[in-house]
Design a protein around this ligand. Structure first.
Ligand SMILES: NC(=O)C1=CN([C@@H]2O[C@H](COP(=O)(O)OP(=O)(O)OC[C@H]3O[C@@H](n4cnc5c(N)ncnc54)[C@H](OP(=O)(O)O)[C@@H]3O)[C@@H](O)[C@H]2O)C=CC1
Ligand SMILES: O=C(O)CCC(=O)C(=O)O
Ligand SMILES: [Mg+2]
Length: 432
């Protein structure tokens, strides 16, 4: 039993557990904590959870059912428990393993740090998994959105996102600047008197567990390649090291299952380009995963110009943040971009949409609930409830094809019928 300070215990359902091999043991009525979220969170959660329940009911005729259990973070937590992130919320997710959340507000500049990032850090959810695929009929700014089928593995615990930073003008930043200038001989800070300073930790362990997860996923899902995206030409000991450690891990742990561009370069050096091209072609023909890399700026161009060349993508926290929203735009926008934060060792996971709280639409019953719904679909698949997940996918395809859509798609689609967030959920349930 979880030792809650303030929350009441769930009134129904059973715990999901994880066995010694890291496999989830899922009862038929698993307790799944949810955080409604700020801004548009309550609208999209109300809509998405109805569809999730209906899909499970339809797939299993009442034999399986999720026992949703509300936990709190953000404004609702602050108003009810006088805390932005009550300890009980973390206790509940630690206990029940798998949770889902709506978006939470983070003030810019001052104020509280991101609760979204805090949840990932507290539970050490080191993978941010964000699949990006196209649904036929969704309006897109590119000519061939159907060529986008990528799965982003974004490192979730390190990088400039770790929150190690000091504000301009404070005593703390002066201490850091003094240390850098006097003890480390740093002369490159252009305006030291007014600089804020941020630190970007990138470790061997952090890189390896992320890249390992990406390669495992590529092998399990029979994907063709894993691309390590970095800015290693400029930040050599963080982003460059990520690339090198990624290649080393791939060759050391998956030697017979992958072909890396590091290997390609060694063959070029020893035997020339033709031999290297042949080695890569042979590896592809043998079904090996090609582990390659791309510098982040050109990567952002190439996902637009040649998306078919990219498959699984492994990258650091900030790059992954930018890439997620850019790729989402290619397949119709952030209204249809799901995600999950996962620790594959402990089994803990929090599913959440890629987008934020979209505050201008809060309470209007307007925005697209698909991102949080598709995050729920990922959750169902994670539980092994593929039949329900498949029904959701089929229903989204059917509903979009019928051009009954929320404002974000309707404004770009000829002949669309615009419906509210809740009405879109009704339509999805009808089409299950
Ligand atoms: N994981 C999380 O909880 C995240 C939280 N945030 C936080 O959210 C807050 C707002 O961030 P902001 O930068 O405005 O980004 P948002 O993602 O919240 O919104 C930006 C724009 O994206 C579109 N959009 C967002 N959600 C949907 C949806 N469900 N359906 C259709 N369109 C959608 C809207 O576009 P349009 O205006 O064109 O209609 C909206 O104005 C900030 O506090 C930020 O820190 C941000 C990202 C992730
Ligand atoms: O936590 C936040 O406010 C933003 C996080 C974010 O943009 C993301 O994780 O994609
Ligand atoms: Mg983001």
């Amino acid at each position: 039993m979880p030792d809650f300070k303030e929350f009441s215990l769930p009134t129904s359902g059973e715990k999901i557990t994880v066995d010694q091999n890291g496999n989830l043991q899922v009862p038929n009525n698993p307790i799944v904590p949810f955080i409604e979220g700020d801004g548009t969170g309550p609208d999209i959660w109300a809509a998405a959870s109805r569809v999730l329940d209906a899909a499970v009911e339809k797939a299993y005729n009442g034999e399986k059912k999720i026992a949703w259990y509300e936990v709190f973070a953000g404004e609702k937590a602050y108003n009810t428990y006088n805390s932005w992130l009550p300890e009980d919320t973390l206790t509940a997710i630690r206990e029940y393993l798998i949770a889902i959340k709506g978006p939470l507000t983070t003030p810019i500049g001052g104020g509280i740090r991101s609760l979204n990032v805090a949840l990932r850090q507290e539970l050490d959810l080191y993978v941010c998994l964000r699949p990006v695929r196209y649904f036929e009929g969704v309006p897109s700014p590119v000519r061939h959105p159907e060529l986008v089928d990528m799965v982003i593995f974004r490192e979730n615990t390190e990088d400039i996102y770790a929150g190690v930073e000091w504000q301009s003008g404070t005593d703390d930043v002066k201490k850091i600047l003094k240390f850098l200038q006097e003890e480390m001989g740093v002369k490159k800070i252009r305006f030291p008197e007014t600089s804020g300073i941020g630190i970007k930790p990138v470790s061997v362990e952090g890189t390896e567990r992320l890249v390992r997860s990406a390669i495992e996923y590529a092998l399990t899902h029979k994907r063709k390649s894993v691309t390590l995206v970095h800015k290693g030409n400029i930040m050599k000991f963080t982003e460059g090291a990520f690339k090198n450690w990624g290649y080393e891990l791939a060759e050391r742990e998956y030697g017979d299952k992958v072909f890396t561009w590091a290997e390609y370069d060694r063959i070029v050096e020893a035997q020339g380009t033709d031999a290297a091209n042949k080695a890569q072609a042979d590896a592809e023909a043998a079904g090996k995963i090609i582990v390659k890399d791309s510098i982040a700026d050109i990567f952002l161009q190439q996902i637009l110009t040649r998306p078919a060349e990219f498959d699984v993508v492994a990258t650091m926290n900030l790059n992954g943040d930018y890439i997620s929203d850019a790729l989402a735009a290619q397949v119709g926008g952030i209204g249809i971009a799901p995600g999950a934060n996962i620790n594959y060792v402990t089994g803990h996971a929090i599913f959440e949409a890629t987008h934020g709280t979209a505050p201008k639409y809060a309470g209007l019953d307007k925005v697209n609930p698909s991102s949080v719904l598709l995050s729920g679909e990922l959750l169902l698949r994670h539980l092994g409830w593929d039949e329900a997940a498949d029904k959701i996918m089929a229903s989204i395809e059917k509903t979009i094809a019928s051009k009954v859509v929320t404002y974000d798609f309707a404004r770009l689609m000829d002949g669309a019928t615009e419906v509210k967030c809740s009405e879109f959920a009704d339509e999805l349930i009808k089409n299950l």
